[in-house]
Write a protein that binds this ligand. Sequence first.
Ligand code: PRP
Ligand code: ZN
Ligand code: MG
Length: 226
Amino acid sequence: MSTSEPRLRIAMQKSGRLSEDTQKLLKLCGLKLNLTDRRLLAHVSNMPIEIMRVRSSDIPGLIMDGVCDLGIVGDNTLEEEELDRKLKGNKADYIRTTPLDFGGCRFSIAMPEEFEYTGLDCLNGLRFATTYPQLLNRFAKANGINVEFCLLKGSVEVAPRVGLADGICDLVSTGATLEANGLKEVAEVFRSKASLIQRAEGFTPAKQAILDTLLPRIHGVMKAKE
Ligand code: PRP
Ligand code: ZN
Ligand code: MG
């Protein structure tokens, strides 16, 4: 690896909800990259940029720790990590460079279809499976209810059926996963979209120059889609 010139390091989701749209955006910005191979840190061939492909839940921390310069991540994942770090007294600084126009979804509480939902109060004392306990906890506190958690990193919708939890709190986009698992959405906790974020410490002039080239392109791509 030649490292004579500095490269702006961008973290993106390796696979999942945001990865396809993220790749599309970077390509439309004119970045030439080959993400078909198994290399997780890949150079962009025509710009001083490198792409690091990771699990989405690791992206906020990589920015907050200054390991990556830029990241593309869902607001839900970002806020969960921020809340979690603040609670533990850890560093949680970043700058939201720009909101993006993809990755829209709701983070919602869902209950078994037969559950008689009469309002948030009736959820008091119940147990919820979720990947984002901090977001749910903040919502519960703000609404004066107490909830318990069961942490699942995926396939959250399976939890009520197998007796792990009374309900779930997870991302809903089309609602197909809820329906297929006998659940109904009862309350929206958080509305999420993808965001471009950057580390809070300033960049070297060389890295800032790369960012100054990239950002107008990102805005241009979003404008063209409007
Ligand atoms: C996501 C999310 C929901 C589902 C929502 O899961 O966690 O389960 O998609 O989409 P829908 O409303 O259009 O059905 P994903 O497929 O990423 O799998 P995972 O939760 O197991 O990681
Ligand atoms: Zn190199
Ligand atoms: Mg899921």
